[in-house]
Write a protein that binds this ligand. Structure first.
Ligand code: BMA
Length: 325
């Protein structure tokens, strides 16, 4: 299979795929699974890359499993058993599994926050767990009730509060990106709509959601977000960029009109859900500029791409504009 028209020279390539893609598939798993995709990512203190992978079993239920690598590309050491498994007896919101984790290191608390989708009888909601070692997890339970997903914490407080970007869905309003604040990670308020899905023919009409956790840059919070467009042959997932004020992250400074990354390669076009690229995590390289973006491809495997923060910001200045501007 070859995607026609993916080499148009008039567009700058901002996201560069790794030649070894896909970097993790179900064949690599030490126990029986259906698929592995949509992984959260972080660099541990010793430089190890840790991916917290969404693993789907043959029932259709997802859990999380840690994979560690010294170079972030090859030689993954995968936990021999599920690392973080749904516990619906104690946490009924996890009845149909836990999905799409986003990891943020909270320096103030010296702990990692894992924000994930808990798939409950009432639909997907947002749950939080804290961990220091990705072995023991302290659950905080549901922090945003259904229907809500695509959530991540900012790594530091804004004023006195933690900030969570998330994507609630309501039948009247639709599926847009919001921010909420909390003094203690348990009680959430000051909810604000920060970025709206566009409408009609736009690539990000219908639904949008945060992809990896927001990236702090010299110009504010850079958010890579996915836009979903419904087409006659199903949903198309593509990525765009938006920049938010560092001190008031509810304020969008610039938003791209055009998408920057779309499914093109075989492993992105075909799988359990074809035409999907879905990044949930990134790590920052030693140059302070290159990010490694880990993304689920076609809900079937995990792939890797790199991008330069400075190039993305420069592109946003050239081709982005203030929302409603
Ligand atoms: C979204 C999420 C993702 C998934 C994508 C494509 O709504 O459920 O986990 O990768 O759909 O199926």
């Amino acid at each position: 299979m070859r995607f026609i028209g993916n080499r148009n020279p008039h567009y700058k390539t901002l996201i560069h795929r790794c030649e070894r893609n896909p970097i993790l598939t179900s064949d690599d798993w030490p126990y029986p699974i259906n698929t592995v995709f949509n992984a959260g990512a972080t660099l541990l203190a010793d430089g190890t890359t840790l991916l917290l992978c969404r693993v789907e079993d043959r029932r259709g239920i997802s859990h999380l499993c840690a994979a560690r690598s010294q170079n972030g590309v090859t030689d993954w050491k995968i936990d021999p058993q599920p690392t973080f498994f749904p516990d619906p007896k104690n946490w009924p919101e996890e009845l149909w599994g836990i999905e799409d984790p986003r990891i943020t290191y909270l320096e103030d608390l010296e702990t990692y926050a894992v924000v994930y989708t808990s798939y409950s009888r009432g639909g997907p909601g947002v749950s939080l767990a804290l961990t220091k070692d990705f072995k023991k997890f302290e659950r905080y339970g549901v922090i945003m009730p259904p229907e809500d997903k695509d959530a991540a914490l900012l790594p530091r407080k804004i004023g006195d509060c933690w900030a969570l970007v998330h994507r609630p869905v309501t039948s009247l309003l639709g599926a847009h990106m919001w921010i909420s604040y909390s003094p203690d990670l348990r009680h959430w308020g000051s909810h604000r709509l920060i970025l709206e899905a566009r409408r009609g023919a736009w690539w990000d009409a219908n639904k949008i959601g945060l992809s990896p956790p927001p990236i702090l840059t010299s110009e504010g919070w850079l958010m890579l977000y996915h836009g979903v467009r419904q087409t006659a042959s199903g949903a198309l997932y593509r990525l765009g960029l938006a920049l938010f004020d560092e001190h008031s992250p509810e304020k969008c400074l610039l938003r791209s009109d055009e998408w920057i990354f779309r499914p093109e390669e075989d492993y992105e076009l075909a799988g359990d859900v074809g035409n999907v690229i879905f990044p949930c995590g990134y790590t920052l390289g030693p140059d302070g500029d290159t990010i490694r973006l880990y993304y689920g491809a076609a809900d079937t495997c995990i792939a890797l791409a790199t991008a330069s923060i400075q190039e993305m910001l420069a592109w946003l200045h050239e081709f982005g504009r203030p929302p409603n501007g």
